[in-house]
Design a protein around this ligand. Structure first.
Ligand code: NI
Length: 169
């Protein structure tokens, strides 16, 4: 089994608006299953298709080992309520994290792996995760939600880390 590599910022694909998936077929199911493997291997709680180089609207999420696995095609935020601050990270931006303001409860609809319409209601961590992954499908990254100054500092730290990681190789 080969694991899909996860693209790192500033890869241009991470800024792309992803396309709807027309048919949920074996190709889509295989992509989802490979994304689940890549997410688990990296100890992530969510992953969006553009992070593995596919500009299509597909996300996977599993916030805890025994939590249900969410696999959603063409996910849409139907409803949001409440507000919270959560410290977020991203597998495409290793080594940095920041508090982001999000809705604390969300209702998301989309298609399951059989192509059937489903609705997922989520709160707390899963709600944060789903908002973060849906953002990815629109080319939005978590630092886009920060103030200009915080974003600038975070990205400066990220660049420095990437440079020193590259030098160690
Ligand atoms: Ni992410």
């Amino acid at each position: 089994m080969t694991t899909l590599p996860i693209l790192k910022y500033p890869h241009p694909l991470l800024r792309q608006q992803c396309l709807d998936i027309k048919v949920v077929d074996d190709t889509v199911r295989a992509l989802a299953s490979n994304m689940v493997d890549a997410m688990r291997l990296s100890k992530g709680i969510g992953l969006a298709a553009p992070q593995v180089g596919q500009a299509v609207r597909l996300l996977v999420a599993q916030v805890e080992e025994d939590a249900p696995l969410v696999q959603l095609v063409n996910p849409r935020l139907l409803q949001t309520s409440g507000e919270l601050l959560w410290e977020e990270g991203c597998l495409s931006l290793p080594g940095i994290c920041a508090e982001v303001r999000r809705a604390s409860e969300v209702t998301v609809c989309g298609l399951d792996m059989e192509g059937k319409e489903i609705t997922v209601e989520a709160s707390e961590l899963l709600a944060v995760c789903l908002q973060h992954e849906i953002d990815h499908l629109n080319g939005v990254l978590f630092f886009d939600h920060l103030s200009h100054l915080k974003r600038h500092r975070l990205l400066a730290r990220y660049k420095k880390q990437q440079l020193s990681a590259a030098n160690e190789k």
